[in-house]
Design a protein around this ligand. Structure first.
Ligand SMILES: NC(=O)c1ccc[n+]([C@@H]2O[C@H](COP(=O)([O-])OP(=O)(O)OC[C@H]3O[C@@H](n4cnc5c(N)ncnc54)[C@H](O)[C@@H]3O)[C@@H](O)[C@H]2O)c1
Ligand SMILES: [Zn+2]
Length: 385
């Protein structure tokens, strides 16, 4: 039986070499005052220079909120949004990784005093778009520029929680690989694995459908075949562009499908120990795929047929599936991302708390093809202790 499926995505997407010039096109139609959201060293690294130059050439007033923290809590998000509200901006531009884009997207529904970020955690459907937004990712990446999600830390739950509402989807996106050209290798690697996790989880999700499969498989192809070169060769601009495109497609796949057990098991690691989102996904990717393998091997074999450039047609479904899982494991090792929680001094006595927190993320656990019981979650955490 055919199920229904749906896709919502940003209206206006520019990609390719020097895609940033299209900011002129976006500004022609709108904006008397722009709020630019950014964080970390992005401003100091000069990544805003071109954006600011184009805004100034168009004679438009702007303010910069430059201090968005990495992986913000909902309290930090609210502080940033309170700064934003008084600016009375009529266009939001987010220039950064997922941390920046998630807050910029929240701002697009929060120029009102009618509800707060905390209220949206309790009831995401309260959100209504008030200010149009443009996302310019500087990591490849979360795919936040494509998704209806904003993820914030909830310290009292030791968890990261997603606020999901299609009102959060950006109106405009610019994918310009010059923004990720000088991304330090550890950040490029971890954020690249996040995109990889989005693609493979969405393809093997209970919510997978013909639209999400199209995007997830293309994302998987682009990411698996470019991630090493993009992360290790600063001049590999084509590989970097392919990563940016792949992470955007994986974000589109999230919107129509959904991630599975890697993300829910990863959220407590970000929420409690502040392990970067991509790193915690990298640690969990192989254990979760091995756990799921009995029920997803046909899908992994399909992925093999689609993405492996010189396939061996003699291989069985089991061998193709194993090839893909081994490839994921090799990529994480080659990119020197930690594979154990020992690196982060997570004590074994925290295990019960981790399991309890992960089991709360039913929003995503229900997408997993194989049911994850608390005992299964415990076993997977033990494997990475
Ligand atoms: N909304 C979604 O759909 C979605 C999906 C996945 C993850 N997320 C969330 O996104 C956040 C993680 O985002 P991220 O992985 O992009 O990392 P990030 O935005 O936290 O950035 C990581 C670090 O890299 C720096 N950085 C970013 N771009 C840079 C560049 N071009 N050059 C040098 N340094 C740069 C940042 O300043 C920061 O210090 C988490 O909060 C995660 O939960 C959201
Ligand atoms: Zn993710």
């Amino acid at each position: 039986m055919l199920n229904q499926y749906n896709l919502k995505m940003p209206t206006n997407v520019f990609a390719g070499p020097e895609a940033m010039h299209n900011l002129n096109v976006i500004l022609k139609d709108s904006a008397a005052k722009i709020a630019i959201f950014t964080g970390g060293h992005i401003y100091k690294l000069g990544l805003l220079d071109e954006v600011i130059r184009i805004i100034e050439n168009n004679g438009i007033e702007y303010d910069i909120i430059s201090d968005i923290p990495a992986e913000p809590s909902y309290i930090q998000a609210q502080e940033v949004i309170d700064q934003f509200k008084v600016l009375n901006a009529d266009l939001i531009i987010g220039v950064g990784g997922g941390s920046v884009m998630d807050i910029a997207k929240l701002a697009s529904v929060l120029s009102t005093d009618d509800y707060t970020v905390k209220d949206l955690l309790d009831d995401p459907l309260l959100a209504k778009k008030q200010v149009p937004s443009l996302m310019i990712p500087t990591t490849a990446g979360t795919g936040s520029e494509a998704t209806p999600n904003s993820i914030v830390g909830v310290p009292e739950k030791d968890l990261k929680v997603g606020i999901v509402n299609s009102e959060l989807i950006a109106d405009h996106v610019i994918l310009d690989s010059s923004m990720i050209k000088n991304l330090p290798k550890p950040i490029a690697a971890a954020t690249g694995i996040d995109a990889l996790a989005h693609a493979i989880e969405c393809f093997t999700s209970k919510k997978a459908n013909p639209i999400s499969d199209t995007f997830a498989l293309e994302a998987l192809d682009l990411i698996l075949n470019n991630i090493i070169e993009a992360c290790t060769d600063p001049n590999a601009l084509e590989a970097k562009h392919n990563m940016l495109l792949g992470s955007f497609y994986a974000g589109v796949a999230i919107t129509s499908s959904g991630t599975t057990a890697v993300h829910p098991l990863s959220y407590p690691l970000g929420g409690k120990y502040h392990i970067a989102h991509g790193v915690s996904n990298a640690i969990l990717l192989t254990p979760v795929m091995k756990f799921n393998e009995p029920v997803i091997k046909v899908l992994l074999a399909k992925a093999y047929d689609r993405v492996v450039k010189e396939p061996n047609n003699e291989l069985s479904v089991e061998e193709k599936s194993k090839y893909i899982i081994d490839l994921l494991e090799d990529i994480v090792k080659t990119l020197e991302i930690p594979t154990s929680l020992k690196t982060f001094n997570v004590p074994e006595e925290d295990l019960d708390g981790l399991v309890e927190a992960a089991m709360q993320v039913q929003r995503l656990l229900v997408n997993n093809m194989r049911e994850v019981t608390p005992e299964d979650a415990r076993k997977m955490y033990l494997e990475i202790m």
